[in-house]
Design a protein around this ligand. Structure first.
Ligand SMILES: *[C@@H]1O[C@H](CO)[C@@H](O)[C@H](O)[C@H]1NC(C)=O
Ligand SMILES: *[C@@H]1O[C@H](CO)[C@@H](O)[C@H](O)[C@H]1NC(C)=O
Ligand SMILES: *[C@@H]1O[C@H](CO)[C@@H](O)[C@H](O)[C@H]1NC(C)=O
Ligand SMILES: *[C@@H]1O[C@H](CO)[C@@H](O)[C@H](O)[C@H]1NC(C)=O
Length: 274
């Protein structure tokens, strides 16, 4: 059992530095909560991200725990030796290495990662393919062709400091807004596009893209939606038409009835007086 009572710290920390060696990582879905685990008894415990050691995310001592918004440590758990840090909503800014220190000595290093997003995209020839860039760190766009005859995997673009660099055959079609847009797709562009964080080699998003052959409707101008006012006008016309039909039928029936009544009147008039 490891322990870190203030008085014995020096000796124990030497031991700890030797025994720590494997770096665990935690991977969660975007916007899920994450728990970075660490256990140890007593001492002043702090959690920080490795590159910002002065920015304390959460801290516990014998009396209480404090934490920044979005981070949480339980004092009850701390007293039991569980120094886990809870992160309530994991987004891309929270990725990276976290360190837990006990009395200013590293005891746990944990890497927080986010599961790759996966999207399926179906487009028509000529449409643009739009790839999101949710992080500001350098990324690469990797294209795996799904063409069975010529499977391939290559880096087609990179984004550094909001500047886009692409292979020659893509540079005229691709542009960077806050997304990467690839114009004029053709069936031969079908495949898997991967947005990958270059430094951390972490897959951010994969797009499985199918550009459909458009043989049935080669004219892409088809299917223009009918504006609402056209529908309204047609509705009004139909109502008017139905109204006038009902009126006509009603009038015709009244005429018929009148005729019948007249005929009966004539008949009764013609009856011989008894
Ligand atoms: C942090 O944890 C404590 C104890 O479990 C709880 O009372 C508190 O609501 C939590 N805060 C957040 C922001 O999750
Ligand atoms: C941290 O998260 C775990 C798992 O979701 C939960 O069991 C625990 O109570 C949470 N602790 C705090 C301090 O919120
Ligand atoms: C996306 O696909 C990868 C590889 O198949 C998988 O590891 C990952 O968990 C998937 N992400 C989600 C959010 O399902
Ligand atoms: C793309 O192809 C490479 C090499 O075959 C492979 O290592 C990688 O996993 C593929 N990526 C996807 C997203 O299918």
């Amino acid at each position: 059992m490891l322990s870190c009572y203030r008085c014995h710290c020096a000796l124990l920390l030497v031991l700890l530095t030797v025994t720590t060696g494997s770096f665990p990582s935690v991977k969660v879905n975007l916007h899920d909560a994450a728990t970075l685990t660490c256990s140890q008894y007593s001492g002043l415990v702090t959690w920080t991200v490795i590159h910002k050691p002065r920015d304390i995310l959460a801290q516990c001592d014998q009396i209480s725990c404090q934490s920044q918004e979005g981070f949480n440590m339980s004092h009850d758990e701390y007293l039991k030796g569980d120094l886990s840090l809870n992160i309530t909503d994991v987004d891309y800014t929270k990725r990276g290495w976290y360190t837990c220190t006990c009395n200013n000595k590293d005891i746990c290093d944990v890497s927080l990662q986010i599961e790759a997003l996966n999207s399926s995209v179906k487009t028509k020839p000529g449409d643009s393919l739009v790839l999101d860039l949710p992080i500001s760190e350098p990324v690469e766009v990797i294209y795996n062709s799904t063409d069975a005859a010529a499977p391939s995997s290559e880096q087609i673009c990179t984004v550094h400091e909001r500047s886009l660099q692409c292979k020659d055959e893509y540079s005229r079609r691709a542009s960077l807004i806050s997304v990467v847009e690839l114009r004029g797709t053709a069936p031969s562009d079908s495949g898997v596009y991967t947005i990958q964080d270059i430094k951390n080699e972490e897959v951010i998003h994969t797009y499985t893209v199918i550009v459909e052959e458009d043989q049935l409707h080669p004219d892409r101008g088809q299917g223009v939606p009918v504006p609402v006012w056209v529908w309204t006008l047609m509705g009004v016309l139909v109502l008017l038409l139905m109204g006038s039909m009902v009126m006509n039928v009603w009038q015709w029936r009244t005429n018929q009835l009148q005729k019948r009544v007249d005929r009966i009147k004539i008949k009764t008039n013609n009856l011989p007086n008894l």
